[in-house]
Structures are given as structure tokens and as C-alpha cells.
Design a protein around this ligand. Structure first.
Ligand SMILES: NC(=O)C1=CN([C@@H]2O[C@H](COP(=O)(O)OP(=O)(O)OC[C@H]3O[C@@H](n4cnc5c(N)ncnc54)[C@H](O)[C@@H]3O)[C@@H](O)[C@H]2O)C=CC1
Length: 425
């Protein structure tokens, strides 16, 4: 549970998810208001009324409402309690905790808040438990975290805290930790906690974008469209997510598209420092933005910036399956210069008659025309499944554009927002 970037290795989601991912969940994540400028799309199915929260969920929500305004203080207090009582745990976290620091707590609180949504919660927590193996987390660490959690909550939620509330939190944390522990134990039987991977090539595409290719030290099974977490030798215990830029290859190599962003520990190391021969560590594969081979629907793919990487993997996957369904790719960038992978994409288009690739460069005319706007000029899209990959703002606006174009939310796939926000650094 001691994730270096505790932003909850959460499951990839479709925009129909009503669970703990995306805009619906998250401790500090404001719910997106439905306003006249952001109406519910007409195509949206009427939502079934949500069942009333269970008594435990109500107590948990009360605590959450009380601590919300003092979230920073709760976070600091939680980590102080954890490290003061269990100093040996400090070394499991990155040296610099700055923006990372609230992620463990945030993951736990988000899970607790969704304690009634068992189905989504269990998938999420199993993933979280498996993902924590790479941090050296063991079952015996969980009680220490639970104590710090209760200590921080009871200290700041003084109005709502009582024996009943504490019991609700204990039950929630027991469930959460047990699911994580069980998932980690099961995973231990089939996978290593992490993989070492040697950099075999480093292709500097622009001054700030590199394609990094690595050879894992043992077979690394994954699906096209998934992502991994990656740690460099220069910043131990700082992990970031990157999507695989190819479908699984016969030579076992894995490629990542990395853009160095300001103040990005991992991205700058990978773009400006990593060279062939360096050894990285990889966590397990994750994400469900994978091709649904049970349908013949067309695929509408929006790849913004380095978000084009998993889209390329999806195309290769369709090609390998010998499918002939239409795949329409909109590849967005801020400028021509930023379309660093356009040659590869156009080559793929030449090889596959079912594939159309449309580069979309931002236009700053009267309105700022961006990638999602472009799909409105084409279509119809109602027979298509949609795949979105890129910066969070693009995903959000892309979902709106696609819903407006008649694609129901359960057929829109994208990586989960929380991890997107932290992925780039
Ligand atoms: N490297 C990887 O493997 C992956 C990266 N990502 C994410 O993709 C992003 C890539 O960043 P950059 O290359 O700097 O992209 P960028 O910021 O240059 O934007 C790329 C495209 O997205 C559009 N866009 C950006 N913000 C938008 C908004 N608010 N509304 C509508 N359209 C918008 C732009 O018009 C442009 O076409 C990062 O956030 C990264 O975390 C996502 C999946 C995989």
C-alpha cells in the first residue's frame, strides 16, 4: 500500500463507469456540475436513481465532508503519524514527498467513500494491491497504515467522530486492506513484483520527446492499449505511468513515448538522461483500454500528443487479428512540429486499407479549435467504439464531443483521470 505515487493505480475506465474512477470519485476531485453550458447530452440514458447509502457509507461520508476543507492538514498529520510511529516505513516512499504525498491517503479515502460499490471497488483494490508489490509492501504493513488513518481522521473530524463512526471506518479499512492483501498474495504466485528492463534504444524525436525501447529481464505479458508504471535509477521510488507504444512483439521489447515536462522527475530523466545500457524497473501492466475483439464496430481513436502511443498499439493489435473493421484515428498536436510520430502513423495507413489517420493541429482562429472539435466534422460515429488517449482536458472535451456525436458512454474508453494527471511527470 505504500505507493510512491499513491494516485491509485486505478483501473482504466469507460466513461460510463459510475464508480471510483474519473470525475465521479476522488477525495479532492470536484464533481463536474451539469450547467447550461455543459448540459447532459441528449443521447444520455436516463440514470437509475442511486440506492441510498448504507449506514457505514453515510458515516464515512460525514467524516469526509468534515475533513474536506482541511485536507492538507489531514494529509500531513497522517504521514507524520505513520513515519513517527514506524520510521522504517519512510524509506519505502520517495525522498521528495511534495505532490506525491497525499496519494496513499487519497486512494484509501476514495475507496472508503465507495464502500457500497462493491463490484467496482474490488476490481480497483485488487489492482491497487497487485500494484503495491513493487513497493515492497507486505501484509504486516497494513495495520500501521490503518492506525495512522484512524489517528488522522479522529484528530480532524472532531464533530462527527464517535464510536460508531470509528467502527464504520475500521470495517471499511479492514475490507479494503483484505482485498489488497489477497490480490497481492494471488499475484505473487504468477508474477514477479517488478521487472528490470534494460534500455536498448533511445530515439530523440524532438527536443523534449523521446521514444525509449527496453528489454525486460523476463517475459512481460500485456495487452495492446495497456500501460505500465516505470521507475528510473536516478529517482528511486518515483513511479510514473506510460502506455506501451506497440502491441506485444515477438522480440519481447517494449517501447514508450516520453515527453519531458517541466518539473517532471521521471520524464526528464527518461528524455534527457537515459541511454542504452541503463536499467529501469517496470511494475505490472494495467488498464482496460484494449480492443474489444468480440465486436465488428468501427474504432474511432483520438490520440493527443504522446497519447498517440497506445493508439498505435491498438492499430497493430487490430492488424494482427486480421480484422477489417474501419479504424479512424485523429492524431492531435499543438503544432506541426509536435506531430512527432506522424510518419509512423502514415506508414501504418499505407499498409492497412481499413485505417484512416487524420492529423489535427490546433487552430487559434476565432475559437481555439482543438482535437475533439475535429471529430464533429466527420462521422456519423454511432456505429463506432471510441478510444481516447491524451491530456486530461482533451479526454474530458473528447468525451463530450463523442457523446454529442451519438456514441453511448459505455462504448467510450480512456485511461482513468487520476493517473493521467500524474502520468506526465
Ligand atoms: N506517453 C504516454 O504513453 C501517454 C501519455 N498520455 C498523456 O497524454 C498527454 C500528452 O501530452 P502532450 O503531448 O503535451 O499533449 P498536448 O498538451 O500537446 O495536447 C495534445 C492534443 O490534445 C489537445 N488538447 C489538449 N488540451 C485540450 C483540452 N483541454 N481540450 C481539448 N483538446 C485538448 C490538443 O489540441 C492537442 O491536439 C499527457 O497528459 C500524458 O499524460 C496518455 C496516454 C499515454
Amino acid at each position: 500500500m505504500f505507493e510512491a505515487r499513491h494516485n491509485m493505480d486505478a483501473p482504466t475506465t469507460t466513461s460510463a463507469d459510475n464508480g471510483i474512477s474519473g470525475e465521479d470519485g476522488g477525495w479532492f476531485t470536484p464533481h463536474k456540475p451539469v450547467s447550461p453550458s455543459n448540459p447532459e447530452p441528449e443521447t444520455a440514458e436516463p440514470r437509475a436513481p442511486r440506492p441510498a447509502p448504507s449506514p457505514d457509507a453515510q458515516l464515512i461520508q460525514r467524516t469526509m465532508a468534515e475533513i474536506g476543507p482541511v485536507a492538507d492538514k489531514v494529509t500531513s498529520y497522517f504521514y507524520a503519524l505513520l513515519f513517527v510511529r514506524h520510521p522504517h516505513l519512510r524509506s519505502m516512499f520517495p525522498a521528495s514527498m511534495d505532490t506525491q504525498r497525499d496519494r496513499l491517503l487519497k486512494a484509501l479515502l476514495t475507496a472508503a467513500e465507495h464502500i457500497d460499490n462493491k463490484q467496482v471497488l474490488v476490481t480497483y483494490l485488487q489492482h491497487l494491491g497487485r500494484g503495491h508489490r513493487k513497493y515492497g509492501t507486505h501484509a504486516e504493513h497494513y495495520p500501521a497504515v490503518g492506525e495512522a488513518l484512524l489517528g488522522a481522521l479522529s484528530h480532524y473530524a472532531t464533530d462527527s467522530w464517535n464510536a460508531e463512526t470509528e467502527a464504520a471506518w475500521v470495517r471499511a479499512y479492514t475490507t479494503i486492506s483484505q482485498v489488497m492483501i489477497d490480490a497481492a498474495a494471488e499475484d505473487e504466485r504468477k508474477s514477479p513484483p517488478w521487472w528490470y528492463a534494460e534500455v536498448v534504444s533511445h530515439d530523440q524525436r524532438t527536443p523534449d520527446i523521446a521514444v525509449v525501447t527496453v528489454r525486460p529481464d523476463q517475459p512481460y505479458p500485456f495487452l495492446a492499449g495497456q500501460y505500465t508504471s516505470l521507475e528510473t535509477p536516478w529517482w528511486p521510488r518515483i513511479w510514473r505511468h506510460y502506455s506501451f507504444a506497440s502491441a506485444p512483439r515477438t522480440d519481447g521489447l517494449l517501447s514508450f513515448h516520453v515527453k519531458a515536462v517541466p518539473a517532471g522527475w521521471v520524464s526528464n530523466a527518461l528524455v534527457h538522461r537515459a541511454r542504452p545500457g541503463d536499467t529501469l524497473r517496470l511494475g505490472p501492466p494495467a488498464g482496460t483500454m484494449t480492443v474489444d475483439h468480440t465486436t465488428e464496430n468501427g474504432m474511432l481513436c483520438l490520440g493527443g500528443g504522446t497519447g498517440i502511443a497506445p493508439i498505435k498499439a491498438l492499430i497493430e493489435d487490430v492488424a494482427e487479428h486480421g480484422e477489417r473493421r474501419p479504424v479512424e484515428v485523429f492524431y492531435g498536436a499543438r503544432s506541426d512540429h509536435d506531430l512527432y510520430d506522424i510518419d509512423t502513423m502514415l506508414r501504418l495507413q499505407q499498409s492497412h486499407p481499413w485505417l484512416a489517420v487524420r492529423p489535427v493541429v490546433d487552430r487559434l482562429d476565432r475559437h481555439h479549435v482543438q482535437l475533439p472539435d475535429a471529430v464533429r466534422d466527420y462521422g456519423p460515429w454511432n456505429e463506432y467504439d471510441a478510444y481516447l488517449s491524451g491530456p486530461p482536458g482533451m479526454i474530458r472535451n473528447g468525451i463530450d464531443a463523442l457523446l454529442g456525436a451519438g456514441i453511448p458512454s459505455e462504448r467510450i474508453r480512456h485511461d482513468e483521470f487520476e493517473e493521467l494527471v500524474a502520468a506526465a511527470h
